[in-house]
Design a protein around this ligand. Structure first.
Ligand SMILES: CC(C)=CCC/C(C)=C/CC/C(C)=C/CC/C(C)=C/COP(=O)(O)OP(=O)(O)O
Ligand SMILES: O=P(O)(O)OC[C@@H](O)CO
Ligand SMILES: [Mg+2]
Length: 241
């Protein structure tokens, strides 16, 4: 048992900040995994997330197995759909898209997922997932057919996150979307964090060390970065342990 959620909570209590590298099974070549993960291992990353908005069947499991050959970091599924579930990972963010009003992404996919989760050893971590408007349409918006919350609707963002906590969700994830033009702004992070007692994940469009530091300072407990590493692996050099 890996106790991934418990370890996140312990880090938050000690004010130790966490960083997840997001690997998209659609974009990562299996032959590149070894060298990519060796860079992850030498960096301040604490978690590896695996997922995409739109991934073909089977790709996720093969990728997770390859990643696990090269690291002891926890591998957490961050699935856009049920077909991305594999029990070869350590945990799954059981996302409910609470910024939207599509029943399939609030509860429907979850019911479908149970037959796969029932017999697996995956640690299931209930996560309230909020898509925030970032200046361009995101894959999540397209796939889920939902509208993100406008950036200036601060109270609605805060109330949605808090509603997730009150429903018993274990984590809240503020998502600007992969490759977002505007990452979640620090003042939004800090408003949400002030209201929450549970850990806060922030991702989408974060590309620089300064943006990472500002997001941590505002109250992000765990930051997720995918595109910046996909585009330029030298970014890892700025994030050495
Ligand atoms: C309950 C299960 C198992 C599945 C549904 C889970 C839900 C509700 C997901 C929310 C909506 C969604 C499509 C999320 C995708 C999350 C994700 C992996 C984003 C990262 O992918 P991108 O990087 O945006 O994808 P591209 O790079 O393909 O654009
Ligand atoms: O790819 P980037 O823009 O880093 O976004 C990471 C993640 O939050 C997307 O779901
Ligand atoms: Mg992506």
């Amino acid at each position: 048992m890996k106790n991934i959620f418990q370890n996140i909570n312990t880090s938050v209590a000690k004010n130790e900040k966490l960083l997840a590298v997001l690997i998209d099974p659609d974009k990562m070549k299996l032959t590149n995994v070894k060298s990519f993960i060796s860079k992850v291992n030498q960096s301040i990353a604490t978690h590896i997330f695996v997922g995409g908005s739109d991934v073909d069947t089977g790709l996720t499991e093969t990728l997770v197995l390859e990643i696990k050959k090269h690291t002891t970091l926890p591998v957490v599924l961050f699935p856009g759909d049920v077909i991305q579930i594999t029990n070869k990972a350590d945990a799954i963010l059981f996302l409910s898209l609470i910024s939207g009003r599509n029943p399939d992404y609030l509860i429907g996919k979850h019911v479908e997922a149970v037959s796969k989760l029932r017999d697996s050893n995956l640690e299931v971590i209930s996560t309230g997932y909020l898509l925030i408007e970032n200046g361009k349409q995101t894959s999540v918006e397209r796939v889920s057919q939902t509208k993100p919350i406008e950036r200036d609707q601060i109270q609605h963002i805060v109330d949605t996150a808090k509603a997730g906590e009150l429903l018993g969700m274990k984590l809240i994830y503020l998502e600007a979307g992969s490759g977002a033009t505007h990452a979640i702004e620090p003042y939004i992070i800090s408003k949400v964090k002030q209201e929450l007692r549970i850990p806060l994940i922030v991702g989408g469009g974060i590309r620089t060390k300064t943006e990472i530091e500002l997001a941590y300072k505002a109250g992000a407990d765990l930051i997720v970065i995918g595109t910046a590493f996909e585009k330029d692996e030298t970014f890892f050099d700025h994030l050495r342990k």
